[in-house]
Ligand binder design. Structure first.
Ligand code: NAD
Length: 258
């Protein structure tokens, strides 16, 4: 079966990395189920490709809504080949001041939402013996992230969940991987800069590539992991970060002596 008829479901698909991922799937000939809590924006995006995008309002933290959505995809399009667990939110606060409701809000969307959709995807893909799932992690998964405790914890848990799902499902044809972006030019980062939570200059100094990623650069890695070219790749965390993870952070001084 060629990739032309395949169906990918992308959560948080109305903007940022999610929309760029939808565009990359469309360019590769796939159809896309565009799920977002902002169903109106997902609907507007779908106007560009009415036959090839199915827009659905969905809060990934709502377990029963997730189950209904996956049932609806099979009812309308009859197949599901890839799922991208991309929906994610951020809350900033010093750890000692973090409100429990902010902790829960981030975990509910980032981690529990990923779990709900991962499980719903597995229940469709395992019986068909094929499927690819990509979860969005972050460079924050493996490092301390000051002021972003629930976000970093959620992303670390997503890495762990990704590896467990990959190991459980590999022999049954379902691959599960994660993409860990560095800093990407999306609303998530722009709003954190605009409201003074993070500053652009130290971020750029910390990235060996010296620039932010475009959403399309993250999307390319996600679509690769869902393609036949990645048929033996599972349980992998692919950093798409301009060298952020590789760099241990102490600059070399050319003025020094050997
Ligand atoms: N932007 C970055 O620099 C960066 C870096 C590392 C990881 N990531 C991860 O990539 C993913 C996408 O990030 P982005 O920068 O494109 O974000 P974004 O804020 O630009 O877009 C997120 C989308 O998710 C939707 N959404 C929010 N809550 C939802 C919910 N409960 N259910 C369904 N949809 C919901 C929003 O409406 C929005 O359309 C996130 O998981 C994020 O943590 C982003």
């Amino acid at each position: 079966m060629g990739e032309a008829s395949r169906v990918a479901l992308v959560t948080g698909g109305a903007r940022g990395i999610g929309w760029a991922t939808a565009e990359a799937f469309l360019a590769a000939g796939w159809r896309v189920v565009l799920c977002d809590i902002d169903g109106a924006e997902a609907g507007r995006r779908a106007e560009e490709h009415p036959q090839r995008i199915l827009p659905l309002g969905l809060d990934v933290a709502d377990r029963s809504a997730v189950e209904k959505t996956f049932t609806e995809v099979i009812r309308q399009w009859g197949r599901l080949d890839a799922v991208v667990n991309n929906a994610g939110i951020q809350r900033h606060a010093p750890l000692e001041e973090l409100a429990p409701q902010d902790w829960l809000a981030v975990l509910d969307v980032n981690l529990h939402g990923t779990f709900h959709c991962l499980q719903a995807a597995g229940r469709i893909m395992l019986p068909q013996g094929a499927g690819a799932i990509v979860n969005l992690a972050s460079v924050a998964a493996t490092r301390g992230a000051p002021g972003r405790a629930p976000y970093a914890a959620s992303k670390a848990a997503i890495v762990s969940l990704t590896k467990t799902a990959a190991v459980e499902w590999s022999a049954r044809g379902v691959r599960v991987n994660a993409v860990a972006p560095g800093y990407v030019e999306t609303d998530l980062v722009k709003s954190a800069i605009a409201n003074g939570r993070i500053s652009l200059d130290p971020i750029l100094q910390r990235i060996p590539a010296g620039r932010l990623a475009t959403p399309a650069e993250i999307a390319g890695a996600i679509v690769f992991l869902c393609s036949d070219g990645a048929s033996y790749v599972t349980g992998h965390v692919l950093h798409v970060d301009g060298g952020f993870e590789a760099d241990y952070g102490v600059p070399f001084s050319q003025g020094g002596r050997a």
